[in-house]
Design a protein around this ligand. Structure first.
Ligand code: ATP
Ligand code: MG
Length: 425
């Protein structure tokens, strides 16, 4: 026997027992974004490496060490590690952004070379929204409200909390950066190697170091909120005030800086203590400079991305969803090969009459005992038995499989109504 091949580490198969829950989650997300008037954008999984370097920033974890980059006959390409850069690239390329308002969403696989563990994979899936052309706190609030609606849809509102911060204008951030570098440099001996390196390349990232010793030092560091420009201060206080009026609880976290370079003003994360180290389920913020940075006309923007694996882990952990794994609701069983054609017609008629009902036709022959076993295995709730006499009389025998009453013989015309009634009973 030849050796079996395995999937790449950190890149998971979605097996039939899991895909029902995934589909349910995805369809609820689609419903929520549609209900807010957002439209889908689909971009390629591969983009030029430059796109991510220029948007995410050279001195970030993603660009420094997590990208899957390869040579494509002389061009450097990268598997997308996130969705925002691609949305902005596509928006610029197709003229969707300048002087317009857009509310967009996307969903799909992302790729990062990380150490695989619970809630952290090399191929993972993000759902995200990006809005363009709106600069006020009103739209920041809307995207936060949209995320809060998702938690309600999935029954996990009590398990997530909102953290907020403002990064201010680029100029304010530069002032702050100087003050932070001065403070950290004065205590450089207390920094670990990683933070020492970040101090040189991307000092704000020292703020979200996980090392307790660095965290202790960071506690007394200058605070970003003290350096905000007037307009950003106004934006942030309005944001906080309105969120409170809307009953959205939040915590201001002055050390929240986010790992990507393109953010300004509002940044936020929804975090949980249910997933161990991988506590951030959804993260986002404002990125007013990115469109211009990627060659477009200045356009304000705000959005977020959510990790679907982490969301699904939470739904499973908290058991807030009951999703059936049954392949079909109804199982159609021809007693012999002579009834096959009629049985196929019966199945087709039911599919046409009851589009929401899943109907599977038994294939592969075998006696009735075997067929009923199969119906049970796939989780069907109703069996349709077709013997000689049923085929002759153009009727069917409807057999409830889950204590919903006796078997009944019924005409084809009346079959859909009876099946519907039994399924909703
Ligand atoms: P982390 O700090 O956990 O590495 P991040 O800041 O790199 O997260 P973002 O780039 O903001 O994450 O991505 C948004 C969301 O996508 C995260 O909050 C998380 O839910 C999800 N996510 C990010 N990286 C991964 C991964 N490797 N595997 C699974 N989900 C991920
Ligand atoms: Mg990361």
């Amino acid at each position: 026997m030849s050796k079996q091949l395995q999937a790449i580490r950190g890149m998971n198969d979605g097996l039939p027992e899991q895909t029902a829950l995934w589909q349910w989650v995805e369809s609820r997300i689609r419903k929520v974004v549609a209900s807010f008037g957002y439209q889908e954008i689909r971009t390629p999984i591969v983009e030029s490496t430059d796109l991510f370097k220029r948007s995410i920033g050279e001195a970030t974890d993603i660009v420094e060490k997590e990208m899957y980059t390869f040579d494509d006959y002389g061009d450097s390409l990268t598997l997308r590690p996130e969705g925002t850069a691609s949305c902005v690239r596509a928006g610029n390329q197709h003229g969707l952004l300048y002087n317009q308002q857009q509310r967009l969403w996307y969903m799909g696989p992302m790729f990062r070379h990380e150490r695989p563990q619970k809630g952290r994979y090399r191929q993972f899936h993000q759902f995200g929204v990006e809005t363009f052309g709106l600069s006020g706190p009103d739209i920041d609030i809307e995207v936060i409200m949209l995320s809060a609606r998702l938690w309600r849809e999935f029954g996990i509102s009590n398990a997530v909390t909102l953290q907020l911060n403002s990064l201010g204008s680029p100029a304010a951030r530069a002032d702050y950066r100087e003050a932070l570098v001065a403070y950290l440099s004065a205590h450089e001996e207390q920094l670990d190697e990683d933070s020492k390196r970040r101090l040189k390349t991307n000092p704000l990232r020292v703020l979200d170091s996980k090392n307790p010793q660095v965290q202790a030092l960071v506690k007394d560091a200058p605070v970003l909120l003290d350096y905000l420009d007037e307009e950003s201060k106004q934006h942030f206080s309005e944001l906080c005030e309105r969120l409170s009026q809307l009953g959205i609880e939040f915590e201001v976290n002055p050390r929240l800086v986010r790992g990507l370079d393109y953010y300004n003003r509002t940044v936020f994360e929804w975090v949980t203590d249910k997933l161990g180290a991988q506590g951030t389920v959804l993260a986002g913020g404002r990125y007013d400079g990115l469109v211009e940075q990627l060659g477009g006309k200045p356009t304000p923007a705000v959005g977020f991305a959510m990790g679907l694996e982490r969301l699904i882990l939470m739904i499973e952990t908290l058991q807030t969803a009951q999703v059936s794994n049954a392949a079909a609701d109804v199982y159609v069983m021809p007693m012999g090969a002579e009834q096959f054609v009629y049985a196929m017609q019966v199945a087709e008629q039911m599919r046409a009459a009851l589009p929401a009902v899943n109907v599977q036709l038994h294939c592969g022959g075998g006696n009735m005992k075997k067929q009923f076993k199969r119906a049970d295995k796939i989780g069907a709730r109703i069996g349709i038995v077709i013997g000689d006499s049923e085929a002759e009389a153009r009727c069917v025998a409807v057999k409830p499989l889950r204590n919903q009453g006796e078997q009944q013989t019924i005409s084809l015309a009346d079959m859909p109504a009876l099946v519907q009634q039994l399924l909703t009973a």
